[in-house]
Design a protein around this ligand. Structure first.
Ligand code: NDP
Length: 305
């Protein structure tokens, strides 16, 4: 039987459609929800992410406040900008696009965002709320994955979940959200010995590593649900040919564009061995944006209640 493709674009549309009446009601009765996106410097990948976030705001009727200070900004100047957004009553959510330039003290910036406007759920206070399972904005990528599992009717309780990656933005919060839903959770990282055998124990395998197609056939328990968070751009032809040997369409796209996107899991193995999986692209990526919008709307409802 072929694996179920977990379609992030479809879930994204569902979530946004559910948000629309809530946004319309806020706009009619009070004012539009507002999201400030701070993009420092000119990192091309960050620019693409920010553009899609701002576009999602426009499409939905969320007011976007885009701030684009130069790469030379100091910590003090950026703190001042964050403070002004904290004070701005039209702004419900603030997102500071990472990474920040080296001279900026990133932890201080995250700490400066008002926890009540923390659209990404990265403020230490909200991290504490996540650990203790209190209501608060949750980090968008893992929250989106939980929505996806729920909306596809994939049971988490009692399952063995393995999360590969322990970053503050994906791996750790992912593990906590799965734990709160009563999975038995293992967190793996670069120092985990015998990663393949840890992964093979997973009923639900989440890969958030940033290494193209690192998890191959040997890492997947037949019938497991596989969620591939990785977004790796490949520009090397040999590597593209190796990973997409089975996929003429993707190879043609590589030949045309000189690059192709691949997750952290070998796409062929994932499609052949899992019972359900998220494709790259079109799996986890769209959910991150949907949850950012969702966090912003929830914050606006709290501010305007
Ligand atoms: P980080 O680089 O912050 O974390 C990567 C994690 O993977 C680390 O915990 C690291 O371990 C672990 N790791 C690295 N190499 C190995 C290895 N060989 N074996 C086992 N573990 C390893 O990345 P992020 O969490 O920020 O992102 C992970 C991936 O997800 C990236 O590809 C990123 O682009 C993508 N991403 C996608 C999003 C989306 O919306 N689809 C959103 C956010 C991220 P250690 O801690 O020991 O160094």
């Amino acid at each position: 039987m072929s694996a179920l493709i977990l379609d992030g674009r479809k879930i994204n549309e569902q979530i946004l459609a559910e948000l629309k009446p809530r946004i319309d009601s806020l706009t009619r009765n009070r004012r539009a929800p507002g999201l400030a996106v701070v993009l420092v410097g000119d990192n091309p990948a960050s620019e693409i992410y920010v553009r899609s976030k701002v576009k999602a705001c426009q499409d939905l009727g969320i007011r976007g406040f885009q701030q684009t200070p130069p790469a030379s900004i100091t910590t003090a100047e950026l703190l001042e900008l964050i403070e002004s957004l904290n004070r701005n009553e039209d702004v419900d959510g603030i997102l500071v696009q990472m990474p920040l330039p080296k001279q900026v003290d990133a932890p201080r910036i995250l700490l400066a965002v008002d926890p009540a406007k923390d659209a990404d759920g990265f403020h230490p206070l909200n991290v504490g709320n996540l650990v203790t399972n209190r209501p608060a904005p949750r980090p968008c990528t893992p929250a989106g994955i939980m929505q996806m599992l729920k909306r596809y009717g994939i049971r988490v309780e009692g399952k063995r979940a393995v999360v590969v990656g322990r970053s503050d933005i994906v791996g750790k919060p992912m593990a906590l959200l799965l734990l709160h839903e009563n999975a038995t959770v293992t967190i793996c990282h670069s120092k985990t010995p015998d990663l393949a055998s840890e992964c093979r124990r997973a009923d639900i395998l989440i890969a958030a590593i940033g290494r193209p197609a690192l998890l191959t056939r040997d890492f997947i328990h037949p019938g497991a649900v596989v969620v591939d968070v990785g977004m790796n751009r490949i520009t090397d032809e040999t590597e593209a040919n190796r990973i997409f040997a089975h996929d003429e369409k993707r190879l043609a796209a590589f030949a045309k564009n000189g690059r192709v996107l691949v997750g952290d899991v070998d796409p062929r193995a994932m499609a052949e061995i899992s019972s359900a999986y998220t494709p790259v692209p079109g799996g986890v990526g769209p959910l991150t944006i949907a949850m950012l919008m969702s966090n912003t709307v929830s914050l606006a409802e709290q501010h305007l209640a």
